[in-house]
Design a protein around this ligand. Structure first.
Ligand SMILES: C[S@@+](CC[C@H](N)C(=O)[O-])C[C@H]1O[C@@H](n2cnc3c(N)ncnc32)[C@H](O)[C@@H]1O
Length: 297
């Protein structure tokens, strides 16, 4: 399927896309927290351009289309502002309807000392209209039921299985790993480096997260768009499932990494964490699961 990559400023370039042409926009914008690819601004100045941007996005999305807007916290002098709060208003004012506020929970990250450690970010799933694509039964979307043997205990269906043979609805709480704690990694100080998908980008999407949204919210040959592409995780997730993909990025290094990853995808040698792979839980006998001998004194 076609993949288009543009070195472009998303706020300007989006205006040139065809109206009603995109089935799914999935992205994670800069959070204004001073990462290497952004210039920290006042919070109001940071948000302002997104008001026009959301209105432009509304024009470009098809009637049946969706936006998945993934954000974490803006942090200023130790105070946090969950970015989904202002972005909800911005997208809602542009005409979008919120269908889910998905919690993306991950197990590892920085350990805070003056508040509880943050272990989730959110994905705001908006649709342009009430007639939107939602493929709950598409393979890869449902997850295995906890109790598939459960049966109705009364009524007309008494005695019949109460679940769905395809599995259960994955819910708005997605446990998707950012870092893979496989056994051999316990010796490494920086676990982030051990995720099979890790590149030089400081905050890339796990492709598994993209795949869930792509499978549930689009059909084959649909178009998927990431205006803040980074190292192309959205484009890869879309392409793996026969969707066309468009990405914008301002940083040439990230564009080069994206192109390299796409070449690897086409050759079948890209390192990707398998969709639905269970998250590693250490066994009691693993050394890292045991109390250090110093604490046992
Ligand atoms: C949070 S990162 C996205 C990471 C991406 N989801 C991935 O998996 O690699 C945001 C990206 O937006 C890019 N960016 C920042 N401002 C931009 C703009 N105005 N237009 C296009 N890209 C921009 C940054 O260089 C950065 O790579």
């Amino acid at each position: 399927m076609t993949i288009k990559i543009k070195k472009a400023d998303a706020f300007k370039a989006i205006k040139k896309e065809k109206d009603n042409s995109i089935d799914l926009l999935i992205t994670s914008p800069p959070y204004n927290i001073g990462k290497e690819y952004e210039t920290k601004k006042s919070f109001d100045n940071y948000l302002k351009p997104y008001e026009e941007f959301a209105k432009d996005v509304f024009k470009k999305i098809k009637k049946t289309g969706s936006v998945c807007w993934q954000v974490g916290n803006y942090v200023h002098k130790g105070e946090i502002i969950p970015l989904d709060i202002p972005f909800y208003s911005i997208f809602s004012n542009a005409g979008f309807k919120l269908r889910n506020r998905i919690i993306w929970h991950f197990e590892h990250g920085l350990h805070a000392s003056n508040r509880f450690s943050g272990r989730y970010e959110t994905i705001l799933w908006f649709t342009k209209s009430d007639k939107y694509t939602f493929n709950l039964d598409q393979p890869g979307v449902r997850i295995p039921s906890k109790y598939p043997g459960k049966r109705h205990y009364s009524g007309k269906k008494k005695g019949k299985p109460s679940g769905n043979p395809l599995g259960k609805n994955p819910s708005d709480f997605m446990r998707i790993t950012k870092q893979d704690w496989d056994k051999q990694i316990w010796d490494f100080p920086n676990v982030k480096a051990n995720h099979p998908e890790k590149t030089d980008h400081p905050c890339q999407f796990p492709i598994e997260l993209v795949q869930r949204c792509v499978l549930a919210l689009t059909n084959k040959k649909n178009s998927v768009f990431d205006p803040f592409m980074g190292v192309g995780s959205t484009l890869i997730g879309a392409s793996m499932h026969n969707r066309t993909a468009i990405g914008y990025e301002m940083d040439q290094n990230f564009i080069s990494i994206t192109k390299k990853r796409i070449k690897e995808l086409n050759k079948g040698i890209i390192k990707i964490r398998k969709l639905g792979k269970p998250i590693h839980v250490p066994k009691k006998t693993d050394k890292v699961a045991q109390l250090p001998f110093e604490w046992l004194k």
